[in-house]
Ligand binder design. Structure first.
Ligand code: ADE
Ligand code: ZN
Length: 346
């Protein structure tokens, strides 16, 4: 596509909604809406420390990452059966399809569940079935990325990998999430080296609240292919140059950053600066049920607050496909779909 049509600002929201896009940073446990938490609690006879959906929603007032994680892990404690995991993932995929997400790479946190006695097979088989059905039912192509919890030990990460290996064909890669500060990437260097030998894709959360140093070590010691969040990289010009030169994508999550107070408001978010520096930056929802918005909410609110325009919308969607772990043929197909949407948008 030679040039991106000039789109008047009042029509930009429609274009943002309509354009096909990939979501590369979403935690499936972070898509559990309060209504589904209560429905699953009822189904599994779990007593929640909240009277109703409204009281639970009122607790979603976070001051930083840890204050969110405490509630997020408590919410996930209603999941027990394959059907529970499938229902959760189906609900997300239906919602994503409504936002014209055509491809999703979905994180899951098995240790949150295996620690409660739920088997690895239950977790992965339930999620995987929803991904397979989404292809036929919603036309969304979805795959799974297993995340290690970084506040737990290297030994526990190795045990988790062992438990997951019989289901190796049902996930495409591994990631690293949970409490960042005090748990630097190097803690998991040997686990990631083993995953690399196994041919798994590698990603890691770094530079969400943690320093640019964690992004350097995620790149150099874990050898990740993408950085999740990475917004603190802007504090280090040499790191920005490295990310741009090696085309290492950042999966940025603006509403998450707002709700966890990484930025005081969306107008001061650095997504525009990251794009301007030539990075393969993308927009994603992270934990949409907790942060007040799915993909299109993230796009619409960020564009409204920062003044980004149609060419940057196109770039962000192109970046989402380039940063994905699909074949180059599929990337080309997605790009053609995107160009078609822009060309016919009048
Ligand atoms: N797990 C779920 N959401 C997360 C986030 N934003 N950062 C780290 N770990 C997470
Ligand atoms: Zn995340």
């Amino acid at each position: 596509m030679r040039s991106i049509p000039n789109v008047p600002s009042d029509r930009l929201p429609e274009l943002l909604r309509r354009m096909p896009k990939a979501e590369l940073h979403v935690h499936i446990e972070g898509t559990l809406e309060p209504e589904l938490i209560f429905a699953l609690a009822r189904r599994n006879s779990v007593r929640l420390p909240y009277e109703d959906v409204e009281e639970l929603r009122r607790a979603y007032d976070f001051t930083n990452l840890q204050s969110f994680l405490d509630i997020y892990y408590a919410g996930a404690s209603v999941l027990f059966t394959e059907r529970d995991f499938e229902d959760m993932a189906r609900a997300y995929l239906e919602r994503a399809a409504a936002d014209n997400v055509v491809h999703a790479e979905i994180f899951f946190d098995p240790q949150t569940h295996t620690a409660r006695g739920v088997s690895m097979e239950t977790v992965i088989n339930g999620l995987h079935r929803a991904c397979c059905n989404a292809r036929d039912d919603q036309g969304v192509d979805a795959s799974l990325i297993l995340c290690f919890l970084r506040h737990l030990s290297e030994e526990q990460a190795f045990e988790t990998l062992e438990q997951a290996l019989p289901l190796r064909d049902k996930f495409i890669g591994v990631g690293l999430d949970s409490s960042e500060v005090g748990h630097p990437p190097e803690k998991f260097a040997r686990v990631f080296a083993r995953c690399r030998e196994l041919g798994l894709h590698l990603v890691a959360h770094a530079g969400e609240e943690g320093p640019p140093e964690y992004v350097w070590t995620a790149l150099d010691l874990l050898k990740v292919e993408r950085i999740d969040h990475g917004v603190q990289s802007a504090k280090d010009p040499a790191l920005l140059r490295r990310l741009a030169k090696d085309r290492i994508p950042l999966t940025v999550c603006p509403l998450s950053n707002l709700k966890l107070r990484v930025f005081p408001d969306l107008a001061t978010h650095n997504i525009g600066q990251l794009l301007h520096a030539g990075l393969v930056a993308t927009i994603n929802s992270d934990d949409p049920a907790y942060f007040g918005g799915y993909m299109n909410d993230n796009f619409l609110q960020t564009f409204a607050a920062t003044g980004l325009t149609a060419p940057q919308a196109f770039q962000l969607a192109v970046n989402s496909f380039e940063a994905s772990f699909v074949s180059s043929t599929t990337k080309r197909h997605y790009r053609e779909m995107l160009e078609g949407t822009f060309a016919s948008f009048v």
